[in-house]
Design a protein around this ligand. Structure first.
Ligand SMILES: Nc1nc2c(ncn2[C@@H]2O[C@H](COP(=O)(O)OP(=O)(O)O)[C@@H](O)[C@H]2O)c(=O)[nH]1
Ligand SMILES: [Mg+2]
Length: 337
């Protein structure tokens, strides 16, 4: 299951422009796959020289045209939201526009929480014990949403979060903020971008400054021309790469690698996933038939040149079902049939 990223935000903030830049014009009907840049993958590929190199990908979707309700429904189906704010053009008001957009999401959550609360409160009155905890967290959520706050800023323990997830709250989703800045304000983005960063900080979300239009134009140039043009704007790295990585972090994802002759590949995985679950990313059967994981690091594999060399030298760590795969692990899964 790929990670689903929805590009959302106020009208005219540059969502479609950013979508085109991210997908390099290869997206169709507002949907496209985007590679996540990772220098470790390149290093592994140089050492192993496989037939094929496959980066991790995210599935990115642009907000389709439609009503407010449709825009909320669109945001609801995503794993991570990329919130684009207009920091270019005449009189940019990114904070006010983002807040207005956020309010739509808050109201949508309030409606779902109230609907669920009606049912659960009835159950509590009928003496149903296991409805008590849910009733409590729904009350907390309602008060928070009533005050115009997104659920991201409500302190919840793991169990409360799971109970709340039953109503698919859209304001509980991890977000990445993008200050879509005028070229002349790059790389910092000036006062409008500062406002966006401040909003992002409230919910502990990353904020990225870029110009979607410039990134789209850069995508059409040769690598060397790109670097030159970036340097002239004082930006040293692709803003799109920064978005991809921020999505990774905000979404609580790690990357592990597999490295064989046929293919060197980066795999997305939830942080703290157990080894069989991580194996299930490759093939659902791998989770069921998991036997053990043979694990090393990128540096060790690069030094040794292949998994076989490490295995022969007895340098692969053997890990079982209780092992939690770490970011940067290189893994070979032993599976039965
Ligand atoms: N100056 C400038 N204009 C931009 C930038 N990004 C988008 N625009 C312009 O803003 C307008 C709205 O962009 P669009 O991507 O359609 O916004 P959407 O409604 O959020 O999808 C278009 O005219 C774009 O060319 C940018 O980074 N800088
Ligand atoms: Mg658009």
């Amino acid at each position: 299951m790929p990670v689903n990223v929805a590009i959302v935000g106020p009208a005219g903030s540059g969502k479609t422009t950013l979508f085109k830049a991210l997908t390099a014009g290869r997206g169709a009907d507002g949907v496209g796959m985007v590679d996540v840049p990772d220098e470790r993958l390149q290093r592994l590929a140089e050492a192993v020289k496989p037939l094929k190199v496959t980066p991790a990908q995210v599935r990115v979707e642009d907000t389709p045209p439609g009503s407010r309700a449709q825009r909320v429904a669109f945001a609801r189906q995503a794993d991570v939201l990329v919130k684009v704010a207009r920091c270019f053009g005449p009189d940019p008001q990114p904070a006010a526009e983002l807040e207005e957009f956020a309010l739509d999401l808050v109201l949508a959550d309030l409606a779902s929480v109230e609907r669920r609360l009606e049912l659960v409160a009835k159950e509590v009155r009928a003496g149903k014990k296991d409805a008590v905890a849910e009733n409590e967290v729904l009350q907390l959520a309602k008060a928070h949403l009533d005050a115009g706050q997104s659920l991201r800023t409500l302190t919840l323990d793991r169990e409360q979060r799971e109970l709340l997830n039953g109503v698919f709250p859209v304001t509980l989703k991890p977000s990445v903020y993008v200050a879509n800045a005028a070229d002349e304000l790059l790389p910092g983005g000036g006062e409008p971008a500062t406002k966006v960063s401040r909003l992002a900080a409230v919910e502990n979300a990353p904020a990225i400054v870029l110009s979607a239009r410039l990134e789209a134009e850069l995508g059409e140039l040769e690598e060397s021309e790109q670097a030159e043009m970036r340097a002239s704007y004082g930006i040293d790295e692709s803003g799109l790469g920064r978005i991809a990585r921020a999505v990774w972090e905000a979404g609580g994802l790690i990357t592990y690698f597999t490295a064989g002759e046929p293919e060197v590949r980066a795999w997305p995985c939830e942080r703290d996933a157990l080894a069989p679950v991580a194996a299930g990313k490759i093939h659902t059967d791998f989770e069921k038939h998991f036997i053990r994981a043979e694990v090393t690091s990128v540096d060790e594999l690069v030094a040794a040149g292949s998994m076989e060399a490490l295995r022969a030298a007895g340098k692969l760590r053997i890990e079982g079902r209780e092992y939690r795969v770490k970011d940067g692990d290189v893994v070979f899964f032993r599976v039965g049939r």
